[in-house]
Design a protein around this ligand. Structure first.
Ligand code: COS
Length: 377
């Protein structure tokens, strides 16, 4: 067992750290305030190999491993949760295509997502199919060389900005779901207005509407009727990404709290000397370190090609709850200043809530863990 990062991982971490401090941090508050996706940051991340960090060089990636991907998302999240989630979600579609796509799909769709200028999205959720994802109603009916898709997808990150969206639609009865690559400009594809949210304001969230949307049959991803498994494996990896985002947020608010508790003087001494408050820090630190170990282990299992569904769910569950715990305590430590928009705590506090919701709520992750333990009845 080795807890040390490799030379390559350390070097990627360093680049991401500098990128976060120099490029992301100065823009993060404005992105939140203006509620605007930053193409500038996203393209810079593509150019610096961060989107493609864990993908093969053959398809425009940087050839790193899963832990490197975690390190990069973690660093981005220390500065801007919206940037971190955009990055994590941008890696879902290329991951799906490289795992399930034809060679033609890989060569055509993936390089522009990793080192080019394109963004992609993943559309599973519907207004009435959230946690119960397999009850989705969007339909895909074959008509000669095309599939005609009808339905509505909701909460789609980057939906309207993306060059294409991986859409899950029903091609038969129960469990018969297939995945399609729906390209921007396809007839019958439109978008709802961007959602107004509590946090992660710099990541776009829209409804995607498919009305007799025709998709060439070559754009089916993987086998017909086997799309649900594609969605589930994509979410396993996605959960590692969201866990890394959670870790970055928890680390940042902890760091802010340490700084503040050393400098803020009340009752004639720094508030860090008040035992009650210092114990908040200890609890935050313990949870941060536990989260890190869970996440890095899940990433390690994935890169070894070992089963990691349960470990990804544990990491996501624990790290997302840790981020919320830490953000809550950090605001408390900062008192009135934690409540002001001029300080970063308020933004991280709002941004943290969704971590317990998207890519599987805490309750769904508990269900995944319990099912892994109990097996089929
Ligand atoms: N990897 C690969 N395949 C998986 C899998 C995984 N992690 N989990 C389940 N599957 C497969 C099963 O093997 C089964 O395949 P077959 O039909 O070939 O036998 C199929 O998927 C259905 O599995 P299951 O019966 O467990 O599905 P359920 O409908 O009971 O749902 C949960 C399982 C609840 C785990 C799933 O719906 C889920 O993850 N929901 C949350 C969705 C989510 O995270 N949404 C957020 C979207 S992104 S914002």
């Amino acid at each position: 067992m080795d807890f040390e990062l490799t030379k390559e991982q350390k070097s990627i971490q360093k680049i991401a750290q500098l990128f976060g401090e120099r490029i992301v941090e100065p823009l993060a508050a404005e992105i939140d305030r203006e509620k605007k996706f930053s193409w500038y940051i996203f393209h810079a991340m593509q150019r610096h190999g961060m989107v493609g960090v864990s993908f093969p060089e053959l398809y425009g990636g940087s050839g790193g491993d899963e832990l490197s991907r975690v390190l990069v998302i973690e660093e981005m999240a220390k500065h801007c949760a919206s940037t971190a989630v955009t990055l994590s979600v941008a890696q879902i579609a290329p991951n799906c295509i490289l795992t399930y796509g034809t060679e033609e799909q890989k060569r055509f769709f993936v390089p522009p997502l990793l080192s080019g200028e394109d963004l992609s999205a993943f559309a599973l959720t519907e207004p009435n199919a959230g946690s119960d994802a397999s009850s989705l109603l969007t339909s895909a009916k074959q008509d000669g060389d095309y599939f005609i898709l009808n339905g509505t997808k909701s909460f789609i990150t980057g939906g309207a900005l993306s060059r294409f969206i991986i859409v899950f639609a029903r091609t038969g009865g129960p469990r018969k779901i297939s995945a399609f690559i729906v390209e921007k400009g396809a007839s019958g594809l439109s978008y709802g207005k961007p959602e107004e949210k509590l946090g992660i304001n710099g990541s776009e969230t829209v409804e995607v509407i498919l009305k007799d949307c025709s998709v060439p049959k070559e754009n089916m991803l993987g086998e017909r009727d086997k799309g649900f498994n594609i969605a589930m494996t994509a979410l396993d990896s996605g959960r590692i990404g969201i866990a890394a985002q959670s870790l970055g947020i928890a680390e940042r608010v902890l760091q802010e709290s340490v700084k503040y508790m050393r400098s803020r003087v009340q009752f004639g001494k720094p508030i860090g000397m008040q035992q009650g408050l210092s114990w908040y820090l200890s609890e935050m630190k313990a949870r941060v370190e536990a989260s890190r170990n869970l996440i890095y282990k899940a990433a390690w299992l994935k890169q070894k090609g070992l089963p990691f569904t349960m470990d990804a769910a544990i990491a996501k569950l624990y790290a997302s709850e840790t981020a919320n715990f830490c953000a809550h305590k950090a605001v408390q430590i900062h008192g009135g200043y934690g409540f002001l928009k001029d300080f970063v705590l308020e933004r991280f506090y709002r941004d943290a809530k969704v971590l317990e919701i998207y890519e599987g709520t805490s309750e769904i992750n508990k269900l995944v863990i319990a099912r892994s333990l109990l097996g089929p009845f």
